[in-house]
Write a protein that binds this ligand. Structure first.
Ligand code: HEM
Length: 139
């Protein structure tokens, strides 16, 4: 897709909107499909000029890899260590556009620590070891 503009024109882009555009991601762009990021079962990074969350080119985010590792570490610790259910299963989360992505009124959940025998590779110094069992985030 090529466009031209006059010299001096201010150009900007909207990452949130771009992440939801059919022209970029196809007709299923709004569906939660984590497998869309896998090719033959292996994660393959998207072109940063298409997935622009961390920007691209010479000004690409220098903390991108750290941010992704942090996100995966926290997600893994929670998924492995806790059963998490929404307090109100009928609540439809309402996204609030802003500098960071948040949910209107929050999304209260109940987190219950999984049985020790169900856990895999529990480390004594991990996030799990410091967590409080059966504690609601709303408390
Ligand atoms: C989800 C988390 C993050 C997102 C979405 C993000 C996104 C971005 C974006 C879009 C830019 C480009 C800004 C611009 O040029 O206008 C940027 C730049 C930058 N980010 Fe991040 N970032 C994240 C986490 C981090 C972390 C954890 C670090 C450091 C540990 C970091 C360090 C930087 C630095 C140093 C730049 C400036 C790069 C440059 O201009 O040379 N970021 N980030």
């Amino acid at each position: 897709m090529e466009h031209s503009c006059l010299k001096g024109t201010r150009a900007t882009y909207h990452q949130y909107a771009m992440g939801r555009m059919e022209q970029i991601w196809g007709p299923d762009c709004l569906d939660f499909k984590p497998k869309r990021w896998l090719k033959k079962g292996v994660f393959v990074s998207e072109n940063p000029f298409k997935f622009t969350v961390f920007h691209a080119g010479p000004r690409i985010c220098l903390g991108k890899e750290l941010a992704l590792v942090e996100m995966k570490t926290v997600a893994l610790a929670i998924i492995r260590g806790f059963n998490t259910v929404a307090e109100d299963p009928d609540q439809v989360p309402r996204f609030i556009p802003g500098f960071t992505a948040t949910v209107r009124g929050g999304l209260p959940v109940v987190m219950q620590e999984k049985e020790r025998s169900l856990k895999i590779h529990r480390q004594p110094t991990s996030i799990l070891a410091r967590s409080t069992p059966s504690k609601s985030l709303a408390d």
